[in-house]
Design a protein around this ligand. Structure first.
Ligand code: PA5
Length: 422
């Protein structure tokens, strides 16, 4: 089912002529990105454009996932940034089955890793290490620790079944897989981490969690077709509006959701836009709110703080559960006005009221409606945001596919840790 973008409220804050110009530019950029094929200067980084092509090795993944689901108590997903966020966002939000899924390779905290190891004790463990070029410190260091932990408990033959590595062909990770007989999955060379949702980077974890990989890829493909039929459609529209507002005094985009289980999807979005656009001192700063909790903190700032914020509401039509407030006259708690009401309606009323209040308070409010939270919708949503982000970055005049800025801190960290220079 389709996603709906409503920009009516936010458009009032943009300069109408500029918005029209950005719409035309956004459509041109969309056409260039999608049409040029190998002749395109972006060819080397746009392997994500066709979901079906990105979602390679599906039969192999399904077979391995079956084995893992039959044998594992715990599946550890080792990766950071684009190498774990898309899968985690779905696993944490949808109804999963199968082994417990833990995350590693995404922190350097001793406490976190020690706690993860404690959780593995006495369990049947499988791991998937995902690292595009296998140079990132977090997954590399955690793989060492997990490898040692596993080798003390399993024979080399047993280890070979329990370790899956995902990286680029020709990387050291592929060599390690060959040397040890581990299954190796492709991290496609032409896909960057934060655009890798439909590739094997995510697919094994989704399948291990019992999620419907085919429905997910079909959702992405459906959005791909919809945008193609409408020359960028809602992705181009969202990008154009962000650009027109960004050229005024707006500096921050708040992605607000009233379903807490969208927390990791918001985190995925933050990484996608932050790493793609924050360059040359440009870009809207991506921030997130989980409501209604954050209405009791950041809600104050949204309503009355500096008018530098735009807000995008990630709304869900189907609440996924029905729960009513039971009448309780005798108790006298003064909440009788809620008697018989469904929490879905109460939550929706809070969402509507927040949009009205923030709009009245001078915040351009965009609404993105998702029909329900399932695999297909995540597929549509990921593709929508990835395309919007690529177009938006190009409207801004930055390269949405590189991340030179994250190398800065690494230089001094590696020198402090004594890493030899290549
Ligand atoms: O989007 C990106 O490219 C990054 O966020 C990477 O995914 C992240 O830095 C992890 O990289 P790697 O898979 O090489 O360890």
């Amino acid at each position: 089912m389709k996603l709906y973008l409503n920009t009516d409220l936010a458009q009032r804050y943009a300069d109408a002529g500029l918005l029209e110009q950005e719409r035309l530019r956004a459509k041109d950029i969309y056409r260039e990105l999608t049409a040029a094929g190998e002749a395109s200067p972006d060819w080397g980084v746009t392997g994500w454009l066709h979901c079906e092509e990105a979602a390679m090795q599906r039969a192999q993944i399904a077979e391995k996932a079956k084995e893992i689901r039959e044998n594992a108590d715990v599946f550890v997903l080792v990766g950071v940034g684009g190498s774990n966020q898309a899968a985690r966002a779905m696993i944490e939000a949808l109804d999963t089955t199968g082994p417990q899924i833990l995350y590693a390779g995404n922190t350097l905290s001793a406490w976190e890793l020690a706690r993860t190891l404690q959780k593995l004790e006495g369990k049947s463990v499988y791991i998937n290490v995902i690292a595009k070029n296998f140079e990132t410190l977090e997954p590399g260091s955690h793989f060492r620790v997990l490898r040692r932990w596993m080798s003390e408990r399993y024979t080399p033959e047993e280890m070979a079944r329990r370790v899956v590595l995902t990286g680029t062909y020709g990387s050291r990770l592929e060599e390690i897989a060959k040397e040890n007989g581990y299954l190796f999955l492709s991290f496609p060379e032409r896909i960057g981490g934060r655009y890798s949702a439909f590739s094997p980077v995510s697919l094994l974890a989704l399948a291990v969690a019992g999620l419907d990989v085919e429905a997910f890829v079909a959702g992405g493909s459906a959005m791909e077709a919809e945008l193609a039929a409408e020359q960028g459609g809602i992705a181009a529209e969202y990008a154009a509006l962000r650009s027109a507002l960004g050229q005024k005094d707006y500096a921050i985009e708040m992605l607000a959701a009233f379903e807490p289980r969208l927390f990791w999807a918001q985190s995925w979005w933050k990484q996608l836009f932050g790493e793609s656009e924050g360059k040359d001192h440009k870009g809207l700063f991506p921030a997130t709110m989980t409501n209604s909790e954050d209405l009791h903190s950041m809600g104050q700032y949204m309503q009355e703080g500096r008018r530098i914020l735009i807000e995008t509401f990630l709304m869900v039509d189907d609440p996924g559960a029905e729960l009513r407030v039971q009448p309780d006259k005798a108790f006298g708690d003064r909440f009788d006005y809620l008697d018989g009401m469904d929490f879905a309606n109460i939550n929706r009323a809070a969402e509507k009221a927040t949009i009205q209040a923030h709009d009245a308070g001078g915040v351009p409010c965009i609404q993105l409606r998702l029909p329900r939270l399932d695999e297909e919708t995540y597929g549509r949503m990921y593709y929508f945001f990835m395309m919007a982000c690529a177009v938006s970055g190009k409207l801004l005049g930055v390269d949405p596919f590189d991340q030179n800025g994250v190398e800065e801190y690494k230089r001094s960290m590696f020198s402090a840790l004594g890493k030899p220079k290549n």
